[in-house]
Design a protein around this ligand. Structure first.
Ligand SMILES: Cc1cc2nc3c(=O)[nH]c(=O)nc-3n(C[C@H](O)[C@H](O)[C@H](O)COP(=O)(O)OP(=O)(O)OC[C@H]3O[C@@H](n4cnc5c(N)ncnc54)[C@H](O)[C@@H]3O)c2cc1C
Length: 344
C-alpha cells in the first residue's frame, strides 16, 4: 500500500509537465516518512513509455486508470473514482496541481472523504515526531506565509502551484510497478458527458511553459509600449508577462499576469522592465533561473533579487537590448545594419 500519492494530469493522452513536478515534491515527503510514493494517472491512451517515465522521475508505483470515458476531465466521474480509491487504499497524503483540474477536483473529493485541503501550497514538509504534513502557503495578500496541518484527518490533501518546483531528472535505473486499475461502471456519472474543450481566453499565452519571459509593469506607462516587450520577447522566442498593476490598467490581458494572483513562472530567463518587485510579484518569479531587472530606481526591490540589475530608463535600455540582439543574431545581420544606419 502506498502512502503518498500524486495526481498526474494529462491532456489528449499526453502527461503534463506538472505531473513530474509533483513527483519531486512527493519523493521528498515519502522519503521523510519512509514510505512509498505512488502516482495516479486518470485518463485515456497514456502510453506505457509515459507511465514508465513517472517511475524514472520518482514514483515507486503508478496506478493507471484508463478508459475512453476518462479521456476528458469530468469532475463527478473523476471525483467518484478518486474518492473510491482513497477509501480503498487510504493514502496519508495526496498532492495535486493547483490547475483548473486540481482546483476543481480536490475540494470535491475532500468533502466526500471528510478531509482537509490546503490550496496553492508553495512549500511542503513533514513535521518531525508526528509525521504530519506541513502545508505552507501565502496568506493575507502574500504578506505572511502560513503553515497549516491537519492532524486529525486523513488523507492530508494539498494543491501545489505549477512551476513552483522542478521535476527530478530521469533516472532510468529506477524500478517501480505500473498497476492497471479497471474502471468500474458504477463510478462513471452518465449524467455528465464531456464534449471537448473550447478556449474562451482570446488573449491566450503559454507563460508557464515559456523559456524566456519579458515582463512589464507600471513603468511601461502605456498599453502601446508593451509592443516593445513583444518585440523583445519575439527575438528570444519567449512570452510577455506583466504585473497586476499593468493588467489592472488594461494595458495587457490577465493571462499575462505573473505573481500571487496570477501565474507562477520558472523560465530560464526573466526580464522585468519598470517593475518595482512587490512581494506578490516576486512570489511568481522566484524559481526563474536568471532574473534581469530594468528600473531607473537603484533601490527597486526587483534589483535586489536580480542576477543582473540595469539602472536606467527602460525605453532606452529595451531599445539597446533589441539592437544588440539583432546584431548577434546571424539571420538579422542586414536588419541590424539598417537600424544602426538610420540612427545616425
Ligand atoms: C492580494 C494581492 C495580490 C497581488 N497579486 C499580484 C500579482 O499576482 N502580481 C503582481 O505583479 N502584483 C500583485 N499585487 C500587486 C503588488 O502589490 C504591486 O502593487 C504590483 O506588483 C506593482 O506593480 P508594478 O511593479 O508594475 O508597479 P510599481 O510598484 O508602481 O512600480 C513601477 C516601477 O517602474 C519604475 N519605473 C517607472 N518609470 C520607469 C522608466 N522610465 N524606466 C525604468 N523604470 C521605471 C519605477 O521606479 C517603479 O519601481 C497584488 C497585491 C495584493 C494586495
Amino acid at each position: 500500500m502506498s502512502f503518498v500519492w500524486t495526481l498526474a494530469e494529462q491532456h489528449a493522452g499526453r502527461l503534463k509537465e506538472v505531473s513530474f513536478e509533483l513527483l519531486s515534491r512527493g519523493r521528498t515527503l515519502a522519503d521523510k516518512l519512509d514510505t512509498k510514493l505512488a502516482s495516479l494517472v486518470i485518463g485515456d491512451e497514456v502510453d506505457d513509455e509515459q507511465l514508465q517515465e513517472l517511475v524514472w522521475r520518482g514514483a515507486d508505483e503508478v496506478y493507471s486508470i484508463q478508459d475512453p470515458r476518462l479521456a476528458s476531465f469530468v469532475c463527478e466521474t473523476y471525483s467518484n473514482l478518486l474518492s473510491h480509491l482513497v477509501k480503498t487504499y487510504q493514502p496519508s497524503v495526496i498532492l495535486a496541481a493547483a490547475t483548473s483540474t486540481g482546483r476543481t477536483l480536490m475540494p470535491h473529493v475532500a468533502v466526500r472523504v471528510h478531509a482537509g485541503l490546503t490550496a496553492d501550497c508553495t512549500e511542503l514538509d513533514i513535521e518531525e515526531g508526528t509525521g504530519n504534513l506541513l502545508q505552507t502557503r501565502p496568506a493575507i495578500g502574500g504578506n505572511i506565509m502560513a503553515t497549516i496541518k491537519t492532524p486529525d484527518h486523513r488523507p492530508q490533501m494539498a494543491t501545489v502551484r505549477p512551476k513552483s518546483s522542478r521535476p527530478l531528472p530521469q533516472d532510468r535505473s529506477r524500478v517501480g510497478k505500473v498497476i492497471a486499475v479497471p474502471l468500474d461502471d458504477w463510478l462513471v456519472d452518465e449524467r455528465v458527458v464531456a464534449k471537448g474543450y473550447r478556449s474562451d481566453v482570446q488573449d491566450f499565452v503559454n507563460l508557464e511553459e515559456a523559456e524566456v519571459v519579458v515582463a512589464g509593469g507600471r513603468g511601461m506607462k502605456r498599453a502601446e509600449h508593451f509592443g516593445l516587450l513583444r518585440a523583445l520577447a519575439e527575438e528570444f522566442g519567449g512570452a510577455v508577462g506583466a504585473t497586476r498593476d499593468a493588467v489592472d490598467r488594461g494595458w495587457i490581458g490577465y493571462p499575462h499576469q505573473v505573481g500571487l494572483s496570477g501565474k507562477t513562472i520558472s523560465p530560464r530567463l526573466y526580464v522585468g522592465a519598470g517593475i518595482s518587485g512587490a512581494i506578490q510579484h516576486l512570489a511568481g518569479i522566484k524559481t526563474s533561473e536568471t532574473i534581469v531587472s530594468i528600473n531607473s530606481d537603484p533601490d527597486a526591490s526587483l534589483h535586489k533579487v536580480a542576477d543582473f540589475g540595469i539602472v536606467g530608463d527602460l525605453f532606452q535600455v529595451l531599445e539597446e537590448l533589441r539592437r544588440r540582439l539583432a546584431e548577434t543574431s546571424p539571420g538579422e545581420q542586414g536588419t541590424a545594419g539598417r537600424d544602426a544606419g538610420s540612427e545616425k
